[in-house]
Ligand binder design. Structure first.
Ligand code: MG
Length: 233
């Protein structure tokens, strides 16, 4: 049986016209620094220790560390929901700004079409919000790429986001499958996939250098989605 193919969205199917530059897995892209600062200020105000969040340098790790802290320190479900909703606001501002300047990668539709014709079942797992995913994946400017996926999982359906495996585990439940390949563009995709027991293929749109790529040991590295079928077959 062919494995289930799970795709990341940003940087994998769509991409910012001028993507931020990465050194290793880090970027010093100005808007991201400001969003992360805002997220940290909010959670510290709600009692999350600054020594816990100040060293974190990714939005996803701030998100996950905050929820974990709140859950472990007797915050009620309502309180946790309220704090997460508050840090979701700057996150949404950045997400909308990123998507304003994001375009469909030319290889996306031909690549997905070929894989569907080969008989692969496909799904989508993104850290983006449900609102953004639905708008983009159904949009004509993005050639309605959502039609290739029977199920999708966004951060709105999850407590924890990638690099935590929860989003992948949730979609595996929807398909009732456990044999899968995850295709993504970041280290967080790799970690989430490996934790969930899948096989990771890096679509190297961030142009990670060799040492960085080696550090999260992908099964394969491709430069274009249309190369995926060759590797799988
Ligand atoms: Mg991505």
């Amino acid at each position: 049986m062919k494995p289930l193919l799970l795709f990341d969205m940003d940087g994998t199917l769509i991409i910012q016209e001028k993507p931020p530059e990465y050194q290793g897995t880090k970027t010093h892209y100005g808007p991201y620094l400001s969003i992360k600062r805002q997220m940290k200020e909010i959670v510290i105000k709600h009692g999350v220790p600054s020594e816990l969040v100040m060293p974190l340098d990714r939005m996803a790790t701030i998100w996950n560390a905050t929820r974990k802290y709140l859950e472990e320190h007797d915050y009620s479900d309502e309180e946790i929901k309220a704090v997460m909703a508050e840090i979701n606001e700057p996150f949404m501002v950045e997400e909308r700004a990123d998507h304003e300047i994001s375009v469909l990668i030319p290889d996306t539709i031909p690549g997905l079409e070929e894989l569907r014709n080969l008989g692969y079942e496909m799904g989508l797992v993104t850290t983006a919000s449900r609102e953004s995913y639905d708008r983009i994946s159904r949009g004509k400017t993005y050639c309605c790429f959502g039609e290739y996926f029977k199920h999708s999982i966004t951060r709105d359906e999850c407590h924890y986001i990638k690099p935590n495996p929860e989003p992948i585990n949730r979609i595996l439940n929807l398909y009732n499958r456990d044999d899968f390949v995850y295709i993504g563009d970041s280290d967080h995709d790799a970690y989430a996939c490996n934790e969930a027991g899948g096989c990771f293929v890096l679509l190297n749109t961030r142009r990670y250098d060799e040492d960085t790529v080696r550090s999260f040991s992908p099964y394969a590295v491709i430069e274009r989605l249309s190369k995926l079928s060759e590797i799988l077959e």
